[in-house]
Design a protein around this ligand. Structure first.
Ligand SMILES: [Zn+2]
Ligand SMILES: [Zn+2]
Length: 224
């Protein structure tokens, strides 16, 4: 299933404000060109990029753009291909761990939002990493892949222990509820209703299938 005519025409409309980007529809929809990083009116870096809009991401969600990010390839090779720089050996950038991406895209995103709020800040972080001797990350950034999933859910539930994160995730995944007046499962000795109830039972903006797959991914990772 390809891109709907509505999504395609809004992409074309948005591209009018990006002279350096061009849409191609041969062999699937893609956008190629360059992205300038500008600060205080001064351009300090340009990256060549290619955006792909696949109809299947091959992971735990069946959603596509605008409910997923386009896939991004950095073709100017200014960012090294390694996990620390979130770039695969095929040149694909890893912009976000999918659980968080799905939440950001829950109502659908525009191309402009993606470029301005997601891609440019990401490129700016990689620029700093490449061009400074500082080994530590200068900005808050989730770790790559599974470690990033753990970081995300540790923060989401405000829990440090992986086993407790899994427990919280199981409650969320299966819509289970702990007894409100009993001490919380996290061991805080506070009542559940005043501790983790809100985090566990509030809307997580993932489908039941998505959250189930994330839960099993982390469970498998924890057990191995
Ligand atoms: Zn990554
Ligand atoms: Zn708790």
């Amino acid at each position: 299933m390809g891109m709907s005519p509505e999504v395609l025409s809004s992409l074309q409309e948005e591209l009018k404000t990006y002279e350096s980007l061009e849409l191609s529809s041969s062999n699937g929809i893609s956008i190629s060109g360059s992205i300038d990083l500008v600060e205080g009116g001064v351009q300090f870096e340009t990256y060549d990029i290619k955006l792909l809009f696949p109809s299947n991401y091959g992971d735990f969600s069946s959603k596509t753009f605008p409910y997923r990010y386009p896939l991004v390839y950095e073709t100017s090779n200014k960012i090294p291909s390694n996990i620390g720089h979130h770039k695969s050996k095929h040149g694909q950038l890893c912009l976000e761990i999918p659980p968080r991406e799905l939440v950001i895209c829950k109502d659908g995103i525009t191309l402009t939002y993606f470029i301005e709020e997601i891609l440019k800040p990401h490129l700016a972080i990689q620029y700093v990493k490449v061009n400074s001797n500082e080994k530590k990350y200068l900005y808050a950034e989730y770790d790559h892949d599974l470690n990033g999933y753990w970081d995300y859910f540790k923060e989401y539930y405000q829990l440090d222990d992986k086993q407790l994160v899994l427990k919280a995730l199981a409650y969320t995944t299966y819509n289970l509820s702990w007894s409100k007046s009993k001490p919380c499962f996290c061991g805080s000795e506070r009542q559940y209703s005043e501790c983790h109830m809100l985090a566990v039972e509030s809307e997580i903006h993932l489908t039941s299938k998505e959250i189930r797959r994330i839960y099993f991914k982390l469970k498998r990772n924890y057990e191995n």
